[in-house]
Design a protein around this ligand. Sequence first.
Ligand code: NOJ
Length: 565
Amino acid sequence: MSSPNETTVNGYTRKWWKEAIIYQIYPRSFKDSNGDGIGDLKGITSELDYIKTLGIDVIWLSPHFDSPNADNGYDIRDYRKVMTEFGSMDDCDELLEAVKERGMKIILDLVVNHTSDQHAWFVESDKAKNNTVRDVYIWAPPKSGREPNDWVSFFSGSAWKKDDATGEYYLHLFSEKQPDLNWENSKVRAEVYDLMKFWLDKGVDGFRMDVIPFISKHQTFPNFPDSYDGRPEFVYASGPKLHDYLQEMNREVLSKYDIMTVGEAFGVTLEQTPLLVDERRNELNMIFHFDVVRLDRGEGWRWKPWTLPDLKAIYSRFDRELDIHCWQTVFLSNHDNPRAVSHFGDDSPEFRVPSAKLLATMLLTLKGTPFIYQGDELGMTNYPFRKIEEFDDIEVRNAWRAEVVTKQVDPEEFLAHMLKTSRDHSRTPMQWNDSEDAGFTTARRPWLAVNPNCREVNARRAQADPDSVYKYFRQMISLRKKTPALVYGDYHDLDPINPTIFSYTRALGPDRYLIVLNFSRDEIAYTFPEDLKAKQVLLSNRKTSEENTTLANLRGWEARVYQAQ
Ligand code: NOJ
């Protein structure tokens, strides 16, 4: 990229994690090496060359710690042990080494807003009111014979669970098997910092921090405010001591290593973002903001339509509001959201490939560190769920019990929304080949059904096909890596209200790039703004020999990256 001595580019401090391409692995669904139907660490190690060849610099591993799996590993029983289904600590060390050998890095999922209810601390804390670890969690007496306040769990029902033995309630913002830790307690914080060091000393390169803005709670535990709009995350996030805790964590741990951090900032507004990521504040490097992936989300699990101008407005707002001291992430999916191509593209047989490539173009040319979720590099799609029994996710099952079984919501209506919003779409097994089990497992049944389109959509086929989504991702990644303007360059949306075309420039000094994306099935002749001339198509998802400098004749879901002047 630029010379090694140069410490800033376009005003931004150069950092490896700003230039990196990150790939998220959800271990349960990636690759099963021992035939038990569940992905594991050895499975990941066996496919590192596949990831490296794609051009990935950093792997984000979703939780691999010992867990009873109420929420697929986001309920941790022992932070220093590997989940039995995923293998052993030796397998983990082998994975870390194999990642390093290939010149890649790896970050872990730090889930410390809550633990599993089977964590040794909770087992003890739960026993009596006056024991020494009681205040490791958040306990409160009933209020007028009921829950301490009206907070709800993200997984349905109250956020408080009564313990009959002591008559007190404990707080769980997620399932009742995920009690919230009491960060007011300095012992809790010291233990978190310790376990972070345990993994950093093993050589991991940072953390993705699960729902980190929730760690500080208002100690009066007020009811929802009158302004509550059905989105509890905006009430739970950014408690009074959040920034003190993160600055302490930075002092005690993060500042001592050359690592990266990315906070899952559910419930954080754009205005609050610099408080977390402004480099002068010494908290986190980046956050995941949910405006894009939740653009089409109504209350809870409900879907609502979205428009391209709304999507574009989010990227522009971010660009306007975050200055050179802040850095962003770009992601279109993860293990909590539907598949990118089904969500923002067109997963019909005709347009799946071009639209997945268009999304790759967008992901890798926008401003911010790009995160690719496993399988999106193949254009994997949502799963055609038909009945509730096919879902695994605790969020879906609890919501069904709370709302459908109680006859508040019609089953058909619920399932129709789930076809758009369920987290299980992204959790179906990775599709490695065209066999019935997609080469994911040799077990009779994988833990979650394989998408039947694995016959066509799979890694081995994609690796052999020069026109595959995978090959396109590779090209796009390589273009981004050799083009500093795509990393550090200014962003400018050329046509914010156009309902089908997303066109923008990235510019760094004299280097200017024009990106034109047709978010529709229609053929569109798109004229560039007058002051802009396209010099050369650097990459397109549809073969083109067009040399027009002022206009692009785009086919359905066509994407082009031009060098411009
Ligand atoms: C966010 C994680 O991404 C999600 O999968 C999990 O259910 C919750 N946090 C609780 O840990």
